[in-house]
Write a protein that binds this ligand. Structure first.
Ligand code: KIV
Length: 264
């Protein structure tokens, strides 16, 4: 059954782990829709994964809406979250609300916002306006330049306390769940203990309330494999082998066969 925002804290209270994956296109959405996955994210990681960019910063609201629409068309039975892209939460309440509205109109059930500082008013406003919000703390890729690249966050006591404080503030502002990316497991666990909404980890260890991975990473479609990623299949080899087999069959005249050929 499709989750609602209210189900997220319930699932945490029941110690029922939430599984989440990213998805960016219609065909994959149709496949994800036929699985037991609980929740789907149209992440701004689509800038990297689908468009070959170095980071998520080039993602725009229009690009997020385009991919959200495609995923929505294939995904009737899963709760769909769409990322608010770089700066879209930073241009005032009116523009932030308009951007979130565009993603909801494209078919998202909720939006995700990176960082607590400066975003709490918008989060409360969206929640009061009927737009559920998922928070995102720890390694927040939209801060790529400010962080000086992608680094594990929360390694000092001060940084740990700030993450816990931010998680509490995001829950208070109305977030129904919070992603914790690339933080030591004791930090992610402490964040989870501090709030009643689920903390969904990516590189946050196993003692949290859910896990999220980039779909193409877990399918092993590229050689990208940071410490927290597991390849649940070797997608790159499967795809390359199929393409090489097709190439061979074209060249040795075994494709197309008679049954793949029209006759009069
Ligand atoms: O954009 C994304 O894929 C994300 C996940 C890493 C949580 O935000």
């Amino acid at each position: 059954m499709k989750l609602s925002p209210a189900d997220f804290p319930k699932r945490k209270a029941e110690h029922s782990i939430i599984s989440m994956v990213t998805c960016y296109d219609y065909t994959m959405a149709c496949l994800v829709n036929q699985t037991n996955i609980d929740c789907v994210l149209v992440g701004d990681s689509l800038a990297n994964v689908m468009h070959g960019e170095e980071n998520t910063i080039p993602a725009t609201v229009d690009l997020m809406a385009l991919h959200t629409r495609a995923v929505h068309r294939g995904l009737q039975d899963k709760f769909l979250v769409a990322d608010m892209p770089f700066l879209s939460t930073r241009l005032g309440l009116y523009r932030g609300t308009k951007a979130a509205g565009k993603l909801i109109a494209a078919g998202a059930d909720s939006v995700k916002i990176e960082g607590a500082d400066g975003n709490l008013e918008l989060i409360s406003h969206l929640v009061e306006s009927g737009i559920p919000v998922m928070g995102h703390l720890g390694l927040t890729p939209q801060f790529f330049h400010a962080m000086g690249g992608y680094k594990v966050q929360g390694r000092t006591e001060e940084a740990k306390s700030k993450l816990i404080k931010d998680a509490v503030a995001m829950e208070k502002a109305g977030c129904f769940a919070i992603v914790a990316e690339c933080v030591p497991s004791d930090v992610a666990t402490a964040m989870s203990r501090a709030v009643s909404v689920p903390v969904i980890g990516i590189g946050g260890g196993s003692a949290v309330d859910g896990q999220v991975l980039v779909l193409h990473d877990l399918l092993g479609l590229s050689s990208f494999k940071p410490k927290f990623v597991r390849h649940f299949m070797n997608g790159a080899d499967l795809v390359k082998n199929a393409l090489n087999e097709y190439d061979e069959c074209c060249k040795n005249h075994t494709f197309p066969a008679a049954e793949e050929t029209f006759t009069k």
